[in-house]
Ligand binder design. Sequence first.
Ligand code: HEC
Ligand code: HEC
Ligand code: HEC
Ligand code: HEC
Ligand code: HEC
Ligand code: HEC
Ligand code: HEC
Ligand code: HEC
Length: 446
Amino acid sequence: MKKLTLIFVSLSFIAGLSISLTANDKTAGKCMVCHMEISAGLYHQWNNSEHALHNVTCYDCHGADKKEIDSFLHEGTYIATLVTPKDCGRCHTKEADETGMSYHAKAGQILESADAYLAHVAGGHPAAISGCESCHGSKVEIDPKSPNRLTAESWPNSGIGRINPDGSKGSCNACHTRHGFDKSQARQPETCGKCHLGPDHPQKEIYEESKHGNVYFTNVDKMNLDADRWVVGEDYYAAPTCATCHISATRTQQPSHDVGGRISWTLRPPISKHKDNWQHKREKMKDVCQSCHGLTFIDGHYRQFDGLVNLYNEKFARPAGEITGILKKNNSFENPAAFSNKIEWIYWEIWHHEGRRARHGAAMMGPDYTWWHGIYDVAQHFYFKFIPEVRKTGDKEAITYIDNMLRNDPMHRWMSQSTDELKKAIRSGEIQKIYEKLFTPEVGSE
Ligand code: HEC
Ligand code: HEC
Ligand code: HEC
Ligand code: HEC
Ligand code: HEC
Ligand code: HEC
Ligand code: HEC
Ligand code: HEC
C-alpha cells in the first residue's frame, strides 16, 4: 500500500503529470527531483516517512513567506531552513501546544544559571555552544550575509528549548529525528539518551541498569513500537520505556508532550522540592505503573523513593547549603569570583552531580546510582572534602555549626562513637530508627 502510493506520488511529480496538481505541488515536485540527486539520503528519509505517505512535502514544511525573518530565495522559491514547533503546529496543534507548555520549552533560558556562568568563565564560549546549547537549545540568530541567513554560531542546533526567530520554543526533531519524523523512534530510550545521561542526570544509565531496562533490551521485538496506538498494558506489556512513564498513553490517559505532568518532586535543585499540584501528578504516574504492578508494590516504591530524597535533603544538602551560606555571608572565601575557590566546586559536585545521581537512581530503580555513584560519593565528599575545606577557611561561625552538627545531630553523631557500639546499634535497629521520620513525602517539602 505505502510503496504504491509513494511510487505514484513520486512518478507524478517526476513525469510532470500536472492535470490535478496545484502550483504548490509543482514547486514541491521540483524540490524533490533536485534533492533526490543532491541529498539522496535526506530524500529517502522523507520518502519512507508517514509524511510522504500523506503527501506532506518539502515545501509544506520549508515553504516560507517572503516577509518571514529567516526566509530566503532558493531556486526561485522562498523557503526557510528552520522548521519550528510553530510550523509543525499548523498541522499538529495538540502536540505543539503541549510542548510549548512543558518544562522542555524553558530549557533554552539558562543564561542566568550557575551552570552557564561556570561554562562561560571556567570553560569558554565555544564549549557553551557545542555543549550546553546542543542539549538546551541556542537562540537562533539571523545573519543577512549567510547563504541560509542563520549564523553558524547558533545553527545547526536542535536543543530541546531552542529559542526560534519566530518566538516559538524548542525543536520537534530533538526527538522526532528528521526526516523520518517517526513516533516509534521517539518511544525508544536512545532518543532521550542524547541529553538525559552523564554525571549530573544519568537517567539513561539508570534505566539501562534497572529491571525495566533489562527487560526492554531483551524484548525489544515484543514492544510493538510501530503500533499506531501505544497503550501500555494493551498494545505492549513487556517493559516500560522513558516515553511510557513520561509521555505515552495509558488506559485512562492520552499521550502528552508535557513531560513534567507525572512528576511529583523536582530532583534538580540543591534541595529537592515538591512540584505544584504534586499529589495529582504522582497519581498520574502511579496509573502508568498499575498497568503492570499492584498498588501495594507501587506505594512501596514511592515510600522508598521519598525516604531517599528526604535523607539526601536533611542529612547532607541542608547543612552543606547552610554552611556555604555562612561562608558567603562572612566573606570567608579566598578569591572573590564565584567558582574561584575549591570549596565551591566541592559543594557544587555534592548536590549537582552526586546528590542528583542518588535521587535519580531511587526514582527510577537504579540501585548502583542510588548508592555507589550516589549517597556513597555524597557522604565521602561531605565528610572528607567539604568539612575539612571549611575548617581551613578558619570561619568561626561555620566551624561551630559543624562541631554542633557532629556532636548533636543523631545522623552525624556516629563519627565519635566506637565501632562496636555502632554495630550493636545496627543489629538492634537503633540506628535505623533515627531515619524513620524520613519515610513520608512531607518531611522535605517547603
Ligand atoms: C535545482 C536544484 C534544487 C531545487 C529545485 C531545490 N533545491 Fe534545495 N538545495 C539545492 C542545493 C544545491 C542546496 C545546497 C546543498 C548543499 O549545501 O549541500 C540546497 C539546499 C537546501 C536547503 C538547505 C539550505 C541551507 O543552506 O540551510 C533546504 C532547506 C532546501 N534546499 C530545501 C529546498 C526546497 C524546500 C525546495 C523546493 C521549494 C528546494 N530545496 C529546491 C538544490 C535545489
Ligand atoms: C515534516 C516537515 C519536513 C519535511 C516534509 C521536510 N523537512 Fe527538511 N527539515 C525539517 C526540519 C524540522 C529540519 C531541521 C531544521 C531546524 O533545525 O529547524 C529540516 C532541515 C532540512 C535541511 C537542512 C538540514 C540538513 O541536514 O542539511 C534540508 C537541506 C532540508 N531539510 C531539505 C528538505 C527536503 C529537500 C525535503 C523534501 C524531500 C524536506 N526537507 C522535507 C522538516 C521537514
Ligand atoms: C502540512 C501538514 C503537516 C506539517 C506541516 C507537519 N506534519 Fe507531521 N504529519 C502530518 C500528517 C498528515 C501525518 C500523518 C497522519 C498522522 O499521523 O496524523 C503526520 C504524522 C506525523 C507524525 C507521526 C508519524 C508516525 O510515525 O506515525 C509525527 C511524529 C509528525 N507528523 C511530526 C511532525 C513534525 C515534527 C513536524 C514539523 C517538523 C510536522 N510533523 C509537520 C502533517 C503534517
Ligand atoms: C547532555 C546534554 C546536556 C548538556 C551538555 C548540558 N545540560 Fe543542562 N540539563 C540537561 C538535562 C537533561 C537537564 C534536566 C535534568 C533533570 O531534569 O534531571 C539539565 C538541567 C539543567 C539545569 C537545571 C534547570 C532547572 O530548572 O533546575 C540548568 C540550569 C542547566 N542544565 C544548565 C546547563 C548549562 C549552562 C550547561 C553547559 C555548561 C548544560 N546545562 C549542559 C542536559 C544537558
Ligand atoms: C521529548 C521528546 C519529544 C519531543 C520534543 C516531541 N515529541 Fe512528538 N512524540 C514523542 C513521543 C514519545 C511520541 C509517541 C507517543 C505515543 O507513544 O503514542 C510522540 C508522538 C507524536 C505524534 C504522533 C501523535 C499520534 O497520536 O499519532 C506527533 C504528530 C508528534 N509527536 C508531533 C510532535 C511535534 C509537532 C513536536 C514539536 C512541537 C513534537 N512532537 C515534539 C516525543 C516527542
Ligand atoms: C535535546 C535534549 C533533550 C532530549 C532529546 C530530551 N530531553 Fe528531557 N529535558 C532536557 C532538558 C535540558 C531538561 C531540563 C529543562 C530545563 O532546564 O528547563 C529536560 C527535562 C525533562 C524532564 C523534567 C520535566 C519537569 O517538568 O521537571 C522530563 C521528565 C524529561 N525531560 C523527559 C524526557 C523524555 C522522556 C525524553 C525522551 C522521549 C526527553 N526528555 C528527551 C533535554 C532533553
Ligand atoms: C518505570 C517508569 C519510568 C521509566 C521507565 C523512566 N522514568 Fe523517569 N521518572 C520516573 C519516576 C517515578 C520519577 C520520579 C517522579 C516523581 O518525582 O514523583 C522520574 C523522574 C524523572 C525525571 C525528573 C528528574 C528531576 O531531576 O527532577 C526525569 C528528567 C526523567 N525521569 C527522565 C527519564 C528518562 C530520560 C528515562 C529513560 C532513559 C526515564 N525517565 C525512564 C519513572 C520512570
Ligand atoms: C509495561 C510494564 C511495566 C510498567 C508500566 C512498570 N513496570 Fe515496573 N517492572 C516491570 C517488569 C517486567 C519488572 C521486572 C519484574 C521482575 O524482576 O520479575 C519490573 C520491576 C519493577 C521493580 C523491581 C525492581 C527490581 O530491581 O527488582 C520496581 C520497584 C518497579 N518495577 C516499579 C515500577 C514503578 C514505580 C512503575 C511506575 C512508575 C513501574 N514499575 C512501571 C514492568 C513494568
